[in-house]
Design a protein around this ligand. Structure first.
Ligand code: SAM
Ligand code: SF4
Length: 337
């Protein structure tokens, strides 16, 4: 690999935050159409605009040479991208050589097929999104998903030796009554559960303000039923954790609306077209694809430096039905959750 003098220099932004975590959306496509994430008739990017798997690998390696220690593959649905396991294998080869963790976020639909290979290539922890264990509700929320397939995928992941964390977006009037049973089920299977506040990203067919459920409210209710203590567990992500004495398990809370966690942000996110977004909730970005195609790795390194100069201080998500113009325009599936 051709390098220049910036190789090896850590990525530190203007606020002194070290960027050590890259999330890569390997595709904007998905086999589900979750109501809070996508509209029913989403249009997707033409394949010509999407980075090849080799280009994704080159960019990931350049990031690793600048101190990135953790990679998460996401999307869209990462496991529907053709050839994805080849990329997992190649990135997995970097584990122990700068890279400390390779992980992914998935809707679980393809896990039965891929769980063992993920483990073989060095993946140890994955996040699986599951908002309900009610078959009809699951079909309503995901529009195209099949609950039994996802539950089977989760079992396949556990059988393969993967640690599974369940991600559940808390949706008022939809799945709030399922939070406790979901937590008990997850903990009983040795999985963590993380609750996520719905974020105002992209136009969807539902009214987000109706669904928004502040996790402060959920925590307050849970504390009447369970003994909750702060847990110092940290994964490099934005969740803070509570230990539940009664189940012995951990509950993560991702609270972009009620508790801004930007001061500790160590992340950047790349879309499938090679746009590097410096914050999930802001539009600041650096395009990597064309410079890579024209200038190779040297071009990447100077763009990484520029990215550190413009990484915003933080997001200012707000869910207010009177101010829809304040929503981030792109869908979560573009930047990757
Ligand atoms: N398809 C994979 C999945 O569902 O896990 C990976 C991509 S998905 C965009 C990543 C995570 O973002 C999922 O846990 C999903 O529930 C969450 N998500 C999507 N749209 C969201 C929104 N508007 N607010 C909060 N979380 C959202
Ligand atoms: Fe697909 Fe994940 Fe978005 Fe659901 S949340 S539509 S599974 S990308």
């Amino acid at each position: 690999m051709k390098t220049n003098e910036t190789t090896g220099r850590p990525l530190i932004d203007r606020f002194g935050r070290h960027v050590e975590y890259l999330r890569i959306s390997v595709t904007d496509r998905c086999d589900f159409r979750c109501t809070y994430c996508m509209s029913e008739n989403m249009s997707f990017l033409p394949k010509s605009q999407i980075l090849s798997l080799e280009e994704i690998e080159t960019i990931a390696l350049a990031f690793i040479s600048r101190g990135v220690k953790k990679l998460r593959l996401t999307g869209g649905e990462p496991l529907v991208r053709r050839g994805i396991m080849k990329l997992v294998e190649r990135l997995g080869n970097q584990l122990g050589a700068g890279l400390e963790e390779l992980t992914l976020t998935t809707n679980g639909s393809q896990l039965r097929r891929h769980a063992q290979a993920l483990f073989q290539h060095g993946v140890r922890r994955i996040n699986v999104s599951l908002d309900t264990r009610d078959t009809a509700k699951f079909a309503a929320i995901t529009r195209w998903g099949k609950l039994s397939q996802v539950l089977d995928g989760i079992d396949a992941a556990l059988e393969a030796g993967l640690h599974v964390k369940i991600n559940m977006v808390a949706l008022r009037g939809e799945n709030d009554h399922e939070i406790v049973p979901m937590m008990e089920w997850a903990h009983q299977k040795g999985m963590d559960l993380t609750l996520i506040e719905t974020m105002p990203m992209g136009l969807v067919d539902i009214e987000r303000a109706d669904q928004y459920l502040p996790l402060t409210e959920v925590q307050e209710k849970l504390s009447q039923q369970f003994t909750l203590t702060q847990d110092p567990h940290a994964t490099g992500g934005p969740a803070r954790y509570l230990r539940i004495a009664e189940t012995g398990g951990r509950l993560g809370l991702i609270t972009p609306l009620t508790h801004n966690f930007c001061e500790g942000c160590n992340r950047v996110r790349m879309t499938a077209t090679g746009d590097l977004y410096l914050c999930l909730g802001q539009d600041d970005k650096v395009s990597l694809r064309d410079p890579l195609r024209e200038g190779g790795i040297d071009a990447l390194n100077s763009l990484f430096d520029h990215a550190m100069d413009i990484k915003p201080k933080g997001h200012d998500f707000e869910i207010d039905r009177q101010k829809p113009q304040r929503n981030v325009k792109r869908h979560m599936s573009v930047t990757g959750g």
